[in-house]
Design a protein around this ligand. Structure first.
Ligand code: PHE
Length: 353
């Protein structure tokens, strides 16, 4: 029996050698280890063996079983590896080669046009010595209104329909809100630095408004502020014109109208001629041919005071650029709602460059 077991082992190794597919290997295994397999058949003979013989044959047979299991496992692993390697070889891809067909078919992500323009504007202002600041979306009444010369009973609070909320976890009496303009960052910026200074602050703002082709509840502004000695409206106009020229890469028609904002005095509305309809009148410019783009003005003394700045010594200008409208003018987008739609067909038209 011992010899039989030895020769079975050699026979198995030989048979396994010639096989190369998983099913055949498993079949071979069961021919040896299955209930009616060759090893089992031999072990049946154990019944007639002496106790001494059993002591030797038992472990030997178990050893053979183990050996067969081990050989099968190793062989299967080897086959699997070969299959993987073959597949890898066949599907070899050169990622640096843009001509690869599948790479051409891939959907490329695009950078949102608002981000593209924001980056450009930041570059323009950085080159003119401005800092770029950020601020929180959730604000308090002080930063959104009071410090900007809009006390609680002031009718100007109604100009900006506000999303209010109250945190039930908080004992604070003070109500929180979603900032309605980036002017909140003006307040924070002023209180954190000493004049002279100049900064811009791009950011998302929120207003509880009915949406249409030119209004969204969630939109973006880019605030700017410059404070120093003897700053004039001339300085303000210079910076605004430089900005518009850089963005549109051409002179655009602008007009300055008086505008009321409690935090500036005098206040202006800087409009540009609608680039969608070239001034003829369309839904974006509400048929006027002009688009309000840049409310601005000289910072009100009360605002400087709230920012910890002495208005007798310093003055400055501020502006609040409507970023989304600028994007629409630049790319000829006729509905602001496209910008937040998350529609990939829209986004993918603007590639990063
Ligand atoms: N914060 C104003 C708004 O959102 C815009 C503005 C900013 C006007 C700075 C003047 C100066 O309506």
């Amino acid at each position: 029996m011992i010899e039989q077991l030895d020769s079975l082992s050699a026979e198995f190794v030989g048979a396994l050698e010639s096989l190369n597919d998983e099913a055949a290997i498993l079949k071979l295994k069961s021919e040896y280890l299955g209930k009616k397999g060759k090893v089992s058949e031999i072990l049946k003979g154990l019944r007639n063996a002496t106790a001494d013989e059993r002591k030797v044959i038992g472990p030997k047979a178990n050893g053979l079983k183990e050996e067969i299991n081990q050989l099968v496992a190793t062989k299967l692993q080897k086959i699997e590896l070969e299959v993987i390697n073959k597949k890898l070889e066949k599907n070899k891809i050169d990622l640096s080669n843009r001509d690869e067909l599948w790479l051409q078919k891939l959907n490329h992500g695009g950078v949102h046009p608002r981000t593209l323009i924001q980056r450009e504007i930041e570059d323009v202002f950085l080159s003119m010595g401005f800092e770029v600041l950020d601020g929180p979306h959730i604000e308090d009444e002080f930063h959104n209104f009071e410090a900007l010369n809009i006390p609680s009973d002031h009718p100007a609070r109604d100009m900006q329909d506000t999303f209010w909320f109250h945190d039930p976890q908080s004992d604070e009496k003070e109500k929180k809100l979603l900032r309605t303009h980036t002017s909140t960052i003006q307040v924070r910026g002023m209180r954190e630095r000493k004049p002279p200074f100049r900064f811009i602050a791009p950011g998302t703002v929120f207003r509880c408004e009915r949406t249409d082709a030119s209004h969204e509840m969630v939109f973006n502004q880019l605030e700017g502020m410059m404070v120093g000695k003897d700053i004039s409206v001339g300085n303000l106009i210079y910076f605004m014109k430089t900005l518009l020229k850089e963005i549109f890469q051409k002179e655009v028609e602008v007009r300055l109208r008086p505008g009321f904002f409690p935090f500036v005095e005098p206040g202006f509305e800087l409009d540009i001629q609608c680039l969608i309809c070239k001034g003829k009148g369309c839904s974006v410019c509400k048929k006027t041919g002009w688009v309000e783009l840049l409310p601005c003005g000289m910072v009100h003394p009360n605002v400087l005071k709230a920012g910890g700045i002495d208005p007798d010594e310093y003055n400055g200008f501020a502006f609040g650029l409507g970023l989304d409208r600028l994007v629409m003018m630049r790319y000829g987008i006729d509905d602001i709602r496209h910008l937040n739609s998350g529609d990939l067909r829209f986004n993918s038209q603007f590639q990063a460059y």
